[in-house]
Design a protein around this ligand. Structure first.
Ligand code: SPD
Length: 360
């Protein structure tokens, strides 16, 4: 009489507690497929509170303040790297993440630079930061033979001046923008040297009059609508803009380029805050994202590469074979990974960035 009860009761309890569970997720904007959250809820019974951000600095400020209320956050590796040692995350319980087996060991090895032993975080998606442009408007101003695959579009003051009237937007992301300037100057993109930073600041200041907007997500719709003609942007976001422009069919053609001088390579990482209210639900969410068809579904919708080797067969061949999304070894050799910044450099960087933005 007692045995069947014992077998049945825990299942009933599990089902009712799963229904009562919620996972609080904080992710980048425009970074998930339309049906991902719905499918997660249908599969696990866990509901999702989903908030979005467009800057690593915002996530970091919330985590540092504590009690963010989030169960899963998705900072980039070069921010996560300095957040792990100060105790902002809890170690993953890998026994709850069987789908870790799907991850590409080559990507695991790269992100272990940020998270030694892959103990605290799992790659969500990864990409590059390059240039998105309105093909017709830019060619009309710089010519077919202009520097269409070069950071000259932004950093050469004469070229940038030609594009000022159709609109230049840059990321409001100091690490990204200063690294791009350092790299363009032939310096180490991750340099923390004051003299190097001064040169990068001077370069950005020289083109500042031609920059219309500092924003890290608005360029998607602005490019798609033809409201700007050049954006420093995240790879997938520019592809989303290109897709929306093509769908609208109003004569706007958007292209993404990894400039010949190189571009940054970054990895956005799912991690569980130390004070997460529901770590079990967080593990369930991360494990779900690691399902091959789910990861592929996100990639197919947001045009970012995923780290999931088992997902490749479900990724649209057009995406899988695009070297600007899944870089070949040759493209990869022209990318520089962003590294964590020290607090000292961060202070210098923040001041420099404020001067650049305010034009002082
Ligand atoms: N819309 C999704 C944008 C993801 C950008 N990741 C940021 C990487 C920072 N270097």
């Amino acid at each position: 009489m007692h045995k069947p009860l014992l077998l049945v009761l825990p299942v009933a309890l599990m089902a009712s507690s799963a229904h009562a569970q919620t996972v609080n997720v904080y992710n980048w904007s425009d970074y998930i497929a339309e049906d991902t959250l719905e499918r997660f809820q249908a599969e696990t019974g866990i509901s999702v509170n989903y908030d979005v951000f467009d800057s690593n600095e915002i996530v970091e400020a919330k985590l540092l303040a504590g009690n963010s209320g989030y169960d899963v956050v998705v900072p980039s590796g070069f921010f996560l790297e300095r957040q792990i040692p100060i105790g902002l995350f809890q170690p993953l319980d890998k026994s709850k993440l069987p789908n870790l087996a799907n991850l590409d060991p080559a990507i695991e090895a790269i992100v272990a630079e940020h998270d030694p032993g892959n103990q605290y975080a799992v790659t969500y998606m990864w990409g590059t930061t390059g240039l998105g442009y309105n093909v017709n408007e830019v060619i009309a101003r710089v010519g077919e033979d202009g520097p269409l695959d070069s950071w000259d579009l932004l950093f050469d003051p004469e070229t940038a001046a030609k594009l000022a009237d159709c609109g230049i937007s840059v990321l409001d992301a100091p690490v990204e923008m200063i690294s791009a300037a350092l790299n363009y100057l032939g310096l180490d993109a991750n340099s923390e040297d004051q003299a190097d930073l001064d040169q990068a600041e001077a370069l950005l200041a020289s083109v500042r009059p031609h920059i219309r907007m500092f924003h890290s997500s608005q360029y998607i719709s602005d490019l798609a609508n033809g409201d700007i003609c050049l954006a420093v942007g995240y790879s997938g976001d520019v592809f989303i803009a290109a897709d929306r422009a093509a769908e609208a069919d109003r004569g706007v053609e958007v292209a993404y380029v990894i400039p010949e001088e190189g571009a940054s390579l970054w990895f956005d990482m799912m991690a569980i805050p130390a004070d997460a209210p529901n770590p079990d639900a967080a593990h369930a969410f991360i494990n779900f994202i690691l399902e091959p068809e789910i990861a592929a579904g996100i990639t197919n919708y947001v045009w970012y590469a995923n780290p999931n080797a088992a997902a490749d067969e479900f990724v649209d061949p057009e995406i899988l074979e695009d070297p600007a999304i899944y870089p070949t070894d040759e493209v990869m050799s022209n990318l520089y990974p962003l590294k964590a910044k020290s607090p000292q450099f961060d202070r210098l960087l923040t001041r420099a960035w404020t001067r650049i933005k305010t034009g002082q």
